[in-house]
Design a protein around this ligand. Structure first.
Ligand code: PGA
Length: 252
């Protein structure tokens, strides 16, 4: 059975002290929430991973990375490898976020390399993808999503899918206050599951968690999560506040 997941992507927010306080706050608040088959995840900045992991000990809160470099090691000034993440106790990495793709030039080919490196190091992947506004307007959103999945992930064998979580994030909904309607989210998630069924099998299609991301807030979370193929959310802005993030967790 696929898990439900609420993941907070903190992006370049929260210094070390703020990270510790936010982890402490979330840890405390989720103690009072019944988390049946639901994972709660936060992704602080690289430099704060270790202290977040320490603070999250003895709780159900998982601390993951927002990114990593594809190379094993070497002359890549300023970068972080999968092995380094593993070495500090990180078990999961977010790859392919639209900000990585658009601001930092990460292509499907680079992402496929990152996927391989993460899996070789035993890291689970939350793989993000989604169409631009112009793709949706020109009704190319299904083909864009299909090609992002094919190029980034479909070289994997079915076994590897135990380690993959998908996060559909229409770029026009990220940080804009605009969300896909629950029907638009469901339509795309059902399409993605159909692709998994066609490329792999029913087991991969049924067992892969597909998260929705893009301006999920306490006010819209419940309706989006009520859709049958939406298994949770990747939350940006609203994950930086204990009350909002907790309300979103409760919504699932
Ligand atoms: P948002 O970000 O919730 O602030 O729109 C989502 C994301 O970037 O994952």
């Amino acid at each position: 059975m696929r898990s439900k997941i609420i993941a907070g992507n903190w992006k370049m927010n929260m210094n070390n002290k703020e990270t510790k306080n936010l982890v402490k706050g979330i840890k405390k608040s989720i103690k009072r929430v019944q988390l049946d088959n639901t994972r709660v995840i936060v992704a602080p900045a690289y430099v704060n991973l270790t202290s977040a992991i320490k603070r999250a000990k003895k709780s159900n809160l998982e601390v993951v990375s927002q990114n990593m470099h594809q190379a094993k090691n070497g002359a890549f000034t300023g970068e972080i490898s999968a092995d380094m993440l593993k070495g500090i106790g990180v078990k999961t990495v977010i790859l392919g976020h639209s900000e990585r793709r658009s601001i930092f030039g990460e292509t499907d080919a680079i992402l496929a390399e990152k996927v391989n490196s993460a899996l070789e190091n035993g890291l689970e992947i939350i793989f993000c993808f989604g169409e631009l506004l112009e793709d949706r307007k020109s009704e190319n959103h299904f083909s864009v999503v299909e090609s992002q999945l094919k190029n980034g992930l479909f070289h994997l064998d079915s076994m590897a899918w135990n380690q993959i979580v998908l996060a559909y994030e229409p770029v026009w909904a990220i940080g804009t206050g605009e969300t896909a309607s629950p029907e638009q989210a469901q339509e795309m998630h059902a399409f993605i599951r159909k692709l998994l069924q066609e490329k792999y099998n029913t087991s991969v299609a049924d067992n892969t968690s597909i998260l929705y991301g893009g301006s999920v807030k306490p006010a819209n979370a419940e309706e989006i999560f009520s859709k049958q193929d939406v298994d949770g959310g990747l939350i940006g802005g609203a994950s930086l506040n204990v009350a909002d993030f907790t309300a979103i967790i409760k919504a699932i």
